[in-house]
Design a protein around this ligand. Structure first.
Ligand code: GZL
Length: 360
């Protein structure tokens, strides 16, 4: 999903998004302040929507073919994709559960343990158990057709968070809420160029295959490096499956085959921390190889403080307030954006120590 510099968003959709943001900032629902910078009002603890980066397309319960309902009395099903070993997933699930509890919403949850076939059956089970609405953190972008048809048959609104699914907004699902992953790759490239002076050989620890996050973080990074630092060459790309252990194994191979590697771009913190383990095992010192990662986990930001990691681009997983604010606005009959792109921060050697408490 290419970010747009500015996209028009209809007033009511913008209001819905701003209501979502204000809900995060603790403002009363409906009291949408005039200020144009409201969109940045949300605290760092929560996802802050960026209404201007939305697609501009909106969806209403009538267009979707669903029915208005009071979210507080509804049952929401939440399908999590990966096992809760990665702090990103732990924080994401905790955020959904906390918001459901705050709103008095009955929440059914399922975790696919990183197996796509299980996620499909999990969602089917949530539908069978009577979920009125679904929040899905998809493992893969493709393969959702059959279960989306089951949900559509019962007119169950779906909000996807985190990764995108290849399906039709306002028909198969209502809204996507997530980061701009191309931009994350571009910002990681900027940090890598800064750390290496734009010269040398860089390796990419790719995320898992089959989802837009890996594709877009890779595209953003490579295009930016090619455009801004021709002296920096991508000489190695291999997946570490977003996992620390595999990230360490791949990096051990990398430093055998490329002992003069200058930098490593890890497409998530867990792989980046695996790379740190491999470098330590090889007798390297902090800063010998410049590492840039994406997520914003506590251990990775501590890695910046300790000198092992040069930069972390945040990918904020705390979708709970915004996901439920979007469902709430939708079920009350308001327009919601089909694409709600959140804003992510970044950690550098200059702010890591002071901002460590904001990591997850
Ligand atoms: C990003 C999310 C990615 C995280 C990884 O939104 O899909 O999946 O960056 C996780 O940590 O595995």
């Amino acid at each position: 999903m290419k970010p747009s510099a500015v996209r028009t968003t209809t007033t009511t959709a913008l209001a819905a998004s701003l209501v979502a943001v204000l809900a995060l900032a603790g403002c009363a629902k409906g009291e949408v302040e005039a200020s144009s910078d409201t969109a940045t009002a949300g605290g760092r603890d929560q996802v802050v929507a960026s209404p201007t980066a939305g697609s501009g397309e909106t969806c209403t319960v009538e267009e979707f073919g669903g029915k208005k309902l009071d979210l507080a009395g509804a049952t929401v099903g939440f399908s999590q994709s990966e096992k809760e070993a990665n702090p990103f997933r732990i924080a994401e699930t905790a955020s959904i559960k906390a918001e459901a509890a705050d709103r008095g919403v009955e929440l059914l949850t399922a975790n696919a343990q990183s197996q796509f076939s299980k996620q499909i059956s999990d969602v089917q089970d949530l539908i069978t158990k009577g979920a009125d609405l679904l929040v899905i953190a998809p493992l893969n972008s493709d393969g959702w057709g059959p279960v989306l048809r089951s949900a559509a048959a019962k007119k169950i609104p779906i909000v996807t968070i985190d990764r995108k699914i290849n399906a039709t907004a306002c028909k198969d699902y209502v809204s996507f809420i997530g980061s701009d992953f191309v931009q994350q790759g571009e910002r990681a490239a900027d940090q890598m160029i800064e750390a290496t002076g734009g010269k040398g050989k860089v390796a990419i620890l790719l995320g898992s295959a089959g989802n837009n996050v890996t594709t877009e973080r890779t595209k953003g990074f490579k295009d930016r490096v090619a455009a801004k630092a021709p002296g920096l060459q991508v000489v190695f790309e291999q997946t570490g499956d977003f996992a620390r252990e595999k990230g360490q194994q791949v990096t051990e191979q990398l430093i055998q085959s490329n002992p003069d590697i200058t930098g490593i771009y890890a497409e998530n913190d867990e792989m980046g921390l695996g790379a740190v383990g491999a470098l330590k095992g090889a007798g390297k010192k902090p800063g010998d190889v410049k590492i840039v990662t994406v997520d914003g986990t506590r251990n990775a930001v501590q890695g910046i403080v300790d000198g092992w990691i040069s930069g972390v681009i945040e990918s904020n997983p705390r979708f709970g307030p915004l996901a439920f604010a979007t469902l709430d606005a939708f079920t009350r009959g308001e327009k919601v954006s089909q694409d709600i792109v959140i804003e992510d921060s970044a950690y550098t050697p200059e702010n890591a120590k002071a901002d460590l408490g904001k990591a997850f």
